[in-house]
Design a protein around this ligand. Sequence first.
Ligand code: GLC
Length: 815
Amino acid sequence: MEDTSQAIHPDHSGPVIVQEAWLTSGKFVKLEQDESLYICRAEHANFAIVFLSDDCFRIQLFKGDKPDLSTTTAIVKEGYRPTKVQMEENAEEIIFRTASIILRMDKDSFTWTVLNHSGQVVARQSLISWNPRSATTAVYDMPAESHFYGLGEKASFLDKRGEHYTNWNTDVYAPHLPEIEALYQSVPFLIHMHSGLSYGIFVDNPGRTDFDMRSHQIAYTIGSATGNYDLYFIYGPDMKEVVARYTTITGKISLPPKWAIGYHQSRYSYETQEEVLQLARTFREKQIPVDVIYLDIHYMDEYRVFTFDPVRFPDPKGMIKELQEMGIRIVPIVDPGVKKDPKYKQYIEGVQNGYFSKKLEGEIFFGDVWPGASAFPDFTDDQTAEWWGEQHRFYTDLGIRGIWNDMNEPAVFNESKTMDLDVVHRNNGKPKTHEELHNLYGMLMSKATFEGMRKLSNDERPFVLTRAGYSGIQRYAAVWTGDNRSFWEHMAMAMPMVLNMGLSGIAFAGPDIGGFAHHTSDQLLVRWTQMGVFFPYTRNHSAIGTMRQEPWSFGEDAEKIIRKYIGLRYRWMPHMYNLFHETSKIGLPVMRPLLLEYQDDPNVTNLSDQFLLGSNVLIAPIYRPDTDHRAVYLPAGQWIDYWTGEQHEGGRHILAHAPLDTLPIYVKSGSFITEGPLKQYADEQLADLITFHLYGASSDRSFSADYTLYEDDGVTFAFERGQFSELAVKALGNEEGLTISYSYHKKGYQANRGSLQFALHNTEFEVSSIVGLDRLTQEDLDNGKLGWTLDEAKGIVLIQVAEPSEGGEITIRKA
Ligand code: GLC
């Protein structure tokens, strides 16, 4: 070495301190406008500004002549409608005005400030600078009372103040620790709440980004390592509006089939066909409802995706048929790594057609995963995605409608844990390196899967579950939070994690119930299941070599409680499905932090161990061993204990008593929830009996409560063609008592039932009569007679009326 010029290689000359040349835009040069596109040119860079509505704009830093206003897959076309706004320019500033905000750009410094019409400063970017390799950092004001939310799947508490996170989809084994900055999903979307208002910032950059709410007292920073600094600003002032608007631009969940929101059972792995069938029979014998059993990697032939192991699963068709008869579906795992094997169909096709991810020089990138050396489809290319989707015919031909995407960060068993950064993705003719597109890989895989399954599933709604994802993943897949452990701490952490995912558009999410790695216990499984059945996604999953954690693994006492709570999930199915439907329309999550409904209540800004189902059911799980009391915070209003009917004044903490068989649940007075019959699986052909439970009705003239029940066949896309119904129910108080009116706003679907039930809980007056209805016994009602009865012990008035063709009214008189 000494006798060549390598001796003076710069790397050998010891540490050289080079002041990195961080640039800023410099002074203003000129302003251009082309329809709804505004371009501010400065000495060293330019800003493109596009308003998408009165409360949302995009601002992109770009160098060169023209901005690249294409978007990543995160953004949906329907949500991207550029609009012109009022603009004025003076010597110091460029000012944009909409009905809700004013954006002022300072020409000297290119600082931008967003104000509302009360003159409040909503947000301020005080600096944006970049280095010669295009790593960019921007600095934003952080007033003293700042709180942060969103960012998708992150560990730690609800409020992200004081945290630092990286977005880089990573398969870290057993990763749910407070200090882990990068998990499987990346959602570079931050909600900032301060001074009684909220706004959101979404940096649409699928390379590495980082969010620092820790290092500076008066500012937070958002940086990106590569690519464009392409930012979407979303004003609230209510957080609900921020979340709704964010899902307008990145899309809402697609309405899942009902079976996908039932109870799911998984293990790594149910290893043979006989084991799967035995498991299914046990569920049915024990009358524990279940919709889905998962097939983890053991089902495959040496881990080749799109195959079954011929010894372990000799007759998948027969197995699936038998399961179908029990009403149980199979969801097999599909990882992106395709085994390098010249005799394997998908590998041959992938190589021959150039579908795999390659280096610039042309060689395929191989990484080790379960099957050993594997190639990875380049999902950034539509043709590859389509091919991948089409491969799922292997599953759909067997009647399978759900696919579980795992290891799609992509995970690789090497030091970097992923694909080489110098792989060049085809990206539909606009090649980019893996470094620039890394966080999109998993989402594009699930998109290809969802779209392929949709084409192949005879109008049935597919279900895709994914581990990795990026902003917008909610359109294609539900998300589970990866390899947690059977720790009480991980049970507790699942709450804020899934709550922030909900605030980040990912409304269909949940952890492995019982914990994946490590060993669960009877109490942990009971408590986790109680909590888990109120999460949007409800799956029990555990790792190879751990204690079994099927519902019956810990003896009869635990089994009984678990059966009760899984059953509760099924009884609440109409309400759950309603919430999922609402989410698919307006983007607000099924499971909500109290903060979303009570933004101004300082008690809930970081409340991480309670949550709301929709807007009016409060769940307060016990998440410590040997504990049967806990403090519960009830926000303003009256709250009724779901189990005992006890009424509590809100705006304060109470001490809940919850022995092992009790999950504390409170329903807000003045609201409806719906319950249906206990089914063993979502599509079980029982009558669709429905009870509208009304809590705390009063004869006060200001009393009013309403609910719209959405129904459809729960399986197909017929709802998109109008085959759904909406039954609107409204209760109004008056001097005489209460009137409940109900009518079909829309009746494109006929549920299978002859009557409707109403149950009045904690009514603030005694009921003496109901116009036109006889007082009967409970038995009469059970036998389908129309009328009403009073359950004296519980103080519940039960009313049964005929299923209306259009509508009807119930007039309830007080004594
Ligand atoms: C990964 C997944 C886990 C799965 C296992 C085997 O660890 O996160 O859920 O069971 O791989 O496929």
